[in-house]
Design a protein around this ligand. Structure first.
Ligand code: NG6
Ligand code: CA
Length: 512
C-alpha cells in the first residue's frame, strides 16, 4: 500500500518529467551498407557529400557511432526493438517470403513515440518480414510496420536485389492489378520466364554470385516472381519516390510532432541510382549511389527549412552495416574504386565483426540544442529507443528494449554527455543461432568467432588480418585497424572480456 506521501511524490515527479520532456520532430535517416569512410565529412576525398557534410557541421559527428550488426535485418531489428538481435530467433537477413520478425505487441521505438503523441512513419527499405507465416502479396500484408507502432508505411518489402520490385503502402502492394496476381517464390515458378542464368546475355548489369533468379528492369534478382506487372517500379526511381513520399509526410504533419524512419535503399545492391547521378562520383555506381543518398539528405533538410521545422527537428543519420564492394553484381565497385576507402581506417566491413562492420557514420543535428562538433562518445543505433523515450518522457516497460541504453546526453551534448562503456557487435548471426561477436569495452576490443572462417570483406586494397584463432584482442587507440592481436600480452584482459561477453549473453539483457 502506498502512503499519501509516496503518491504525492510520484505525482510531482510525473509533472516534473512531463514538463522536462521535449517533443521535437525526429527523423532517423538510415543508409544501407554505407561505410565509415564513405562521406567527405568522414574523410572521403574522391567525391564530396556536401549535404551530409553540412548536416554534420551543424551538429555532432560521432567517431564511435555504431550499428549493432554487420548486416541489415539484425541491425534494423535492434534499432526498432532496442534488443540485441542475437537474443531473438530468425533475425538474420530476411528472405523475400519471410514473415514479420517483430511480432505485434512488442514495445518498439515507434510504439514508444506513439505513446508520446507522435505521428510515426517508415519510408524506404523494410527487410523485417511481413505477414504471420508469409506475406500475402495479393491480400493484406500484415502484421508489418503498422502492427508494431508505425501509423503509416511506404516501402520496399526486403532489399531491391530480392524479389519483388513493388512498393508496399500500408497493408497493400501499390498499383496491384487483381487480374495479374503477384506470386513470389524461392524456386522458379514459370519455366518460360527468363532468369539471370537462362538470359544472362540480356542483362544490363551482370551478377557475380547469387542474384540469378527472375529478371526485372534488366537485372536478375534473388528469388522468383510472376505477375504484378503494373505494380513494378524502376530501380532508378526509388530514391525520388522515397523523397516524394517523405516531403508529403512532413508537410502533412508539420503541426504535430512526427517521427520519420527514412530507410534509404542506397547504397545497397543493385546499385542503380537515377540516371542524373550515374557516372558522377568517379568511383562507379557505388559512389554514384552515395551521391544520390547525399541528395536525399539535402532534400529532407530543405523540406524542413521550407516548413520552418529545422529548429524543432532532431535528425540522426546512421547506417545499417559497414561497406561492401562486390555484393553480387558487376557494378564497377571493385574496378572503379580508385583510392577511395569505404571503411575509412578500419578493417572489414559488411558481414564482419571488425570495426569496419559496425562502426559507421553517425551524425545528430538539432539546431540550438545540439552544439556543433565531433564526439568520441560511444553510441549505437540500438540506443535510440531508450534515448528517444527519455527525451519525450515515456517510461520504458521493464521487459522491453532490453539492451537499449539512454545515451541522450551523449546524442545531444558536446562530449561531456555520457555514452556507452561497452557494446556487443555481431555479424548476421545465422550460424545455427550463434553469431560472431565483437565486444568493445572502453578502448579494448575482443573479437570472438564461431569458426575460423571469416567472410572476406574486400572493401579495401589493404589486406584483411590473417586469422590465427577464434579470439583476438585489440587495443583500439594503438591499433584502430585491428591488425595486432595483443591477447598473449594481456591474458587477464582477454579473460575478463570473454567472461563479460558470456555474462551479457547469459543475462538476457544489459539494461538494468
Ligand atoms: C546476401 C546477398 C547480398 C545482400 C545481403 C543482404 C548473395 C550472394 N548475397 O545474402 O547481395 O543482399 O544478403 O544485405 O545473395 S543486407 O544489407 O540487407 O543485410
Ligand atoms: Ca545493409
Amino acid at each position: 500500500m502506498k502512503t499519501l506521501f509516496q503518491i504525492a511524490t510520484a505525482a510531482l515527479l510525473a509533472v516534473v518529467s512531463s514538463t522536462a520532456a521535449e517533443k521535437p520532430n525526429i527523423i532517423v535517416i538510415m543508409a544501407d551498407d554505407l561505410g565509415y569512410g564513405d562521406l567527405s565529412c568522414y574523410g572521403a576525398t574522391v567525391f564530396k557529400t556536401p549535404n551530409i557534410d553540412k548536416l554534420a557541421a551543424q551538429g555532432q559527428r560521432f567517431t564511435s557511432g555504431y550499428c549493432s550488426a554487420s548486416t541489415c535485418t539484425p541491425t534494423r531489428f535492434s534499432l526498432l526493438t532496442g534488443t540485441y538481435a542475437f537474443r531473438a530467433k530468425n533475425t538474420g537477413i530476411a528472405p523475400p517470403n519471410g514473415p514479420a520478425i517483430i511480432r505485434p505487441g512488442t514495445t518498439t521505438l515507434p510504439s514508444l513515440l506513439q505513446q508520446a503523441g507522435y505521428r510515426t512513419a517508415v519510408i524506404g527499405k523494410w527487410h523485417l518480414g511481413l505477414g504471420d507465416k508469409a506475406p500475402d502479396w495479393n491480400g493484406d500484408l500484415k502484421p508489418g510496420p503498422l502492427e508494431i507502432g508505425f501509423h503509416e508505411c511506404f516501402m520496399l518489402p526486403t532489399t531491391n536485389d530480392r524479389v519483388p520490385q513493388v512498393y508496399v503502402e500500408n497493408h497493400k502492394v501499390l498499383n496491384l492489378d487483381p487480374a495479374d496476381p503477384l506470386t513470389v517464390s524461392e524456386k522458379p515458378i514459370d519455366p518460360n520466364e527468363p532468369t539471370g542464368i537462362s538470359a544472362r546475355d540480356t542483362l544490363k548489369m551482370d551478377w557475380t554470385h547469387g542474384h540469378n533468379g527472375t529478371i526485372h528492369n534488366g537485372i536478375s534478382r534473388i528469388g522468383f516472381y510472376t505477375g504484378g506487372k503494373a505494380a513494378r517500379f524502376r530501380d532508378e526511381d526509388l530514391a525520388d519516390k522515397w523523397i516524394e513520399k517523405s516531403k508529403a509526410y512532413i508537410a502533412a504533419n508539420k503541426d504535430k510532432p512526427f517521427f520519420l524512419f527514412f530507410a534509404a535503399h542506397d547504397i545497397h545492391v543493385p546499385r542503380i541510382p537515377h540516371e542524373r547521378f550515374q557516372g558522377k562520383s568517379g568511383t562507379g555506381l557505388r559512389g554514384d549511389s552515395i551521391l544520390q543518398f547525399d541528395w536525399c539528405v539535402g532534400e529532407i533538410m530543405a523540406t524542413l527549412d521550407e516548413h520552418k521545422l529545422t529548429e524543432n527537428t532532431l535528425i540522426v543519420l546512421c547506417s545499417d552495416n559497414g561497406p561492401v564492394l562486390d555484393d553480387g553484381y558487376k557494378d564497377g565497385s571493385v574496378t572503379e574504386l580508385g583510392k577511395h576507402e569505404p571503411a575509412g581506417p578500419f578493417t572489414g566491413g559488411k558481414y564482419t565483426v571488425y570495426e569496419g562492420g559496425t562502426r559507421t557514420p553517425f551524425i545528430t543535428r538539432w539546431p540550438g540544442k545540439i552544439p556543433t562538433g565531433v564526439s568520441d562518445q560511444l553510441v549505437c543505433t540500438i540506443d535510440l529507443a531508450a534515448s528517444f523515450a527519455a527525451l519525450t518522457g515515456v517510461p520504458l516497460p521493464e521487459d522491453a528494449c532490453l539492451d537499449s541504453m539512454d545515451v541522450l546526453s551523449a546524442l545531444l551534448d558536446d562530449n561531456d554527455g555520457t555514452g556507452r562503456d561497452e557494446l556487443v557487435q555481431q555479424d548476421n548471426g545465422t550460424k545455427g543461432g550463434k553469431a560472431d561477436f565483437g565486444f568493445r569495452s572502453g578502448d579494448w576490443k575482443l573479437i570472438r568467432r564461431t569458426s575460423k572462417y571469416q567472410q572476406p570483406a574486400k572493401v579495401s586494397k589493404r589486406p584483411m588480418p590473417e586469422l590465427k584463432g577464434l579470439h583476438s584482442l585489440h587495443f583500439l587507440p594503438d591499433d584502430p585497424s585491428e591488425k595486432k592481436d595483443v591477447s598473449k600480452e594481456n591474458p587477464e584482459m582477454l579473460k575478463e572480456l570473454i567472461e563479460r561477453l558470456d555474462a551479457i549473453i547469459a543475462a538476457g539483457r544489459t539494461r538494468s
